[in-house]
Design a protein around this ligand. Structure first.
Ligand code: HEC
Length: 351
């Protein structure tokens, strides 16, 4: 390459950079002044819109992005929700009847996050038009970033009007409503994690749980509070997580291992139960496993139930030990399931 060409290339690169800056600075829609046309002011609040429109349509996009298959009819439904989300971007840019709405929409950062959400919805619509599920999934991830970013900057701890994201609207149309959930085993080597999650998922499905294993979705999770982890679950349509953590394994194992992980009353119940069993001739614990159930949303992970199971059978084979733990875990989750459904405002199951 000679000097002349180099010069031209440089000039071209500079020109590109200038064009990019101009493009970035000039976002149509971002900086639009209100003209003097007559329009209807918003007659509902941003809180209500978030739940009825934004959250609702985004969940449909996330669910479709991670669905096993999508029929032609499913794609039509996705299109409907992508359009709803695009339009809701404009609506939440206008403000509304909520006490804080006018202040929020006046902030430039608000409109920037809003533009990012709308861009995600536009990308979802483009994916629909191309019948491209991978692109839909990618658009879903971009959406999660926009929701999380804006919430971090603006959303109050408690919603101003008390509207929250569960139960989701579409749930009320279903027969037996189940939250799509996943199982995450922490601190296990990958092969064991896979085997354990797969077996447990099968058992849970037989008991009517809408559950998938997580080893493919989140191979490297270490902490539930990691926004990346939460984002990946949300964009895969996951609303709840069962977290399984081996707290102690091997000789000398005691319930003490989970003392600080569960409530004092749960701990007392566990101890009483273990004592009754040891009087019946079983003493040594082989493993203590901590269980946590979390609700997952764009706002993060919320712990709603915590407990433990333990293995005290003498000399089980490895396979028996795993089976026994899995059965105990399913039984434990079954026991708290009605309370969790009530907490979510979901009706009891018809079975
Ligand atoms: C431009 C900013 C912004 C964007 C983008 C945004 N939100 Fe919100 N969202 C808010 C604010 C602010 C509130 C609280 C409203 C209030 O309390 O009055 C809220 C509230 C909510 C609520 C109800 C409150 C709760 O705690 O459950 C849900 C659900 C929700 N948003 C979901 C979403 C989802 C899903 C997305 C992305 C697809 C999203 N939001 C994108 C600003 C935003």
């Amino acid at each position: 390459m000679n000097i002349m060409q180099l010069g031209i290339n440089r000039a071209f690169a500079l020109l590109q950079a200038v064009c990019l800056t101009v493009l970035l600075a000039w976002r149509p829609g971002l900086a639009q002044e209100v003209d003097d046309r007559v329009y209807l002011p918003m007659q509902t609040s941003i809180n209500a819109l978030m739940v009825a429109l934004v959250d609702h349509s985004a969940h449909e996009l996330w669910r479709a992005g991670s669905a096993q298959t999508l029929s032609a009819l499913d794609w039509r439904t996705v299109e409907q929700h992508a359009i709803q989300l695009i339009a809701s971007g404009t609506l939440i840019s206008l403000g509304g009847t909520g006490v804080a709405d006018a202040g929020w929409v006046a902030a430039p950062a608000w409109q920037e996050w809003n533009q990012r959400m709308t861009d995600g919805a536009l990308a979802a619509l483009a994916a629909v038009r191309a019948t491209d599920q991978d692109a839909l999934n990618a658009a879903g991830s971009a959406l999660v970033d926009a929701c999380q970013g804006c919430h971090q900057a603006f959303k109050p701890e408690l919603p101003t009007e008390g509207f929250v994201h569960t139960p989701h609207y579409e749930m009320s149309a279903q027969q037996d409503i189940t939250l799509r959930s996943t199982i995450v085993t922490l601190a296990a080597e990958p092969a064991l994690r896979r085997e354990f999650e797969r077996g447990l998922t099968d058992k849970a499905r037989q008991r009517g749980y809408n559950v998938v294993a997580s080893y493919d979705l989140v191979p490297d999770v270490t902490d539930v509070d990691d926004p990346d982890f939460v984002g990946r679950l949300v964009s895969n349509g996951i609303g709840a997580v069962l977290m399984i953590r081996p707290a102690a394994v091997g000789p000398g194992t005691t319930l003490e291992a989970v003392r600080n992980s569960v409530s004092p009353s749960t701990y007392a119940n566990m101890q009483a139960f273990a004592q009754r069993r040891s009087r019946a001739g079983r003493q040594d614990l082989l493993a203590v496993v901590h269980l946590g159930i979390y609700l997952i949303s764009v706002h993060g992970a919320e712990l709603i139930s915590s407990g433990a199971v333990w293995l005290d059978e003498p000399n089980p084979s490895r396979q028996q030990g795993i089976e026994r733990l899995q059965n105990l875990i399913v039984a434990n989750v079954d026991a708290v399931r009605p309370a969790i459904r009530e907490h979510l405002g979901l009706p009891p199951l018809n079975r």
